[in-house]
Design a protein around this ligand. Structure first.
Ligand code: PHE
Length: 445
């Protein structure tokens, strides 16, 4: 009875849309293109793809498996299988909380841009426009609150009636909008230089920091290392073919990230902008391009609506990780969990947002609140969570138990069983560990 009250996905398609919705987000549309732009274009893209295939798929399947086996939230799942590993799940819930504390702020910026494009786009100097907007005290917070409340509303409606229902509409819409923007971008005169930059790996640009950035980005973009896929997997029934889903979701996520590059890079080159503009690429460079492009206001509007859809289907998964924890472990109602958490997270949103302006002088380890939350999660908590998950499945819970759950004792085929076993037990943890030591400055490549 208690299990039933947690909710379940109504269909396999709905689950895939929700999981892909979690994965496809600001990570794909905002971070991926600017990281690629800053890290040598094609070289970064290639390393990224390798890590998705080897590490991304492995951890995706591991998380879904733990979730469905236990039917519990991230913390509860580890606790149920082995009490000593409860902390791994706890780090996951904490990561979800911390990611939301900056994610909602960026979501708020996206809403502001949608409104801006409804009224004709960004006129004048886009860099000044963006800078003065994010550094002001009140306005970004209002949009952040709108975004956070929208996220809270969907999560409050529950698994099939909220998350699944919205993802099933927003994900296909997002895809269509993205294809429209890509077509516009690659048909601009002068687009070829952008395509060349994006598709030709320049290995002289390849540095250890490219690899660190690519690994962190794979975790962030695929929603891995924090029990998000454990939580979503926990609402699955035993008829679902996990090995297939764990392939489809990263595939879709990667397709969208690559398409986002195709939407952005050709336009950047066609209008003579810098691909390495960093985080401002989406909010400064793109609006300037839309301002110069024929019908740019309409394409800009399409673009920011698609970014909003992507961001919301991700923020709901982040909130769900925290909500599921409170619902399962403290027996809170969904209403209480959703709105109380939204409120607490909003307090951290205030810190992140103000750190762009009035609080920009407050630095912890040399970083403002926004960058600190981003760094702790993408570069520390997520890789650590992924590493521990591999160790946990490989050596604590046991690969045989995991495979029995994946195949439902032989009911489903599992062609990549040998590959997955090797990845979970050896390759993925070693790769993540080495990169992790580099992040912490313990070793330098
Ligand atoms: N994957 C999301 C994105 O690309 C962010 C996210 C990270 C969501 C971790 C859930 C968990 O934007």
């Amino acid at each position: 009875m208690e299990q039933k009250n947690r909710g379940t996905w109504a269909s396999s398609f709905g689950f895939i849309m929700a999981a892909a919705g979690s994965a496809v987000g600001l990570g794909n549309l905002w971070k991926f293109p600017y990281l690629a732009g800053m890290n040598g274009g094609g070289a970064f893209v290639l390393i990224y793809l390798l890590i998705v295939v080897f590490v991304g798929y492995t951890i995706m399947l591991g998380e879904m498996t733990i979730g469905r086996a236990t039917q519990l939230n991230a913390l509860g799942a580890y606790k149920k299988l082995n009490k000593k590993y409860t902390w791994v799940g706890a780090c996951g819930v904490l990561a979800g909380f911390l990611i939301l504390s900056f994610y909602n702020v960026v979501g708020g910026w996206v809403i502001k841009y949608i409104i801006q494009f409804l009224f004709g786009g960004v006129k004048g100097n886009a860099s000044e426009f963006f800078g003065s907007f994010i550094s002001s005290a009140a306005e970004p917070l209002i949009w952040t609150l709108v975004f956070a409340a929208f996220t809270g509303y969907i999560v409050w409606r529950g698994i099939s009636g909220g998350i699944e229902k919205f993802s099933k509409v927003m994900m296909p819409a997002l895809f269509v909008l993205l294809v429209v923007v890509v077509i516009r971008s690659v048909t601009l005169p002068g687009a070829g230089a952008g395509l060349a930059f994006y598709l030709t790996p320049d290995f002289s640009k390849l540095t250890p920091s490219t690899i660190v950035a690519a690994l962190g980005q794979v975790f962030f973009s695929l929603s891995l290392g924090m029990g998000c896929m454990i939580t979503y997997g926990s609402y699955l029934n035993k008829d679902e073919n996990l090995a297939k889903d764990a392939f489809i979701v990263p595939f879709m996520d990667t397709a969208v990230a690559l398409l986002a590059g195709f939407a952005i890079m050709p336009a950047v080159f066609a209008f003579g902008y810098e691909p390495g503009a960093g985080p401002g690429l989406m909010f400064i460079t793109l609006p300037s391009i839309f301002a110069e492009m024929p019908l740019g206001t309409i394409f800009g509007l399409c673009f920011f609506i698609l970014v909003l859809f992507a961001a919301v289907t991700s923020s709901i998964s982040l909130l769900e990780v925290c909500a599921a924890y409170c619902i399962d472990e403290f027996k809170w109602s969904r209403t209480k969990a959703t709105w109380l958490l939204t409120g607490i997270i909003f307090i951290l949103n205030i810190l992140s947002s103000l750190s762009m302006g009035p609080l920009s002088h407050v630095l912890i380890f040399g970083k403002n609140f926004f960058d600190l939350f981003d760094f702790i999660t993408s570069n520390i908590l997520l890789p650590l969570g992924g590493l521990m998950m591999c160790i946990f499945i490989g050596y604590v819970w046991g690969i045989d138990n995991a495979i029995a759950e994946i195949t439902q004792n032989g009911k489903f085929p599992f062609k990549s069983r040998g590959f997955w076993t090797l990845m979970v037990k050896v390759i993925a943890p070693i790769a993540v560990f080495i990169v992790f030591l580099n992040t912490l400055g313990i070793i330098k490549f």
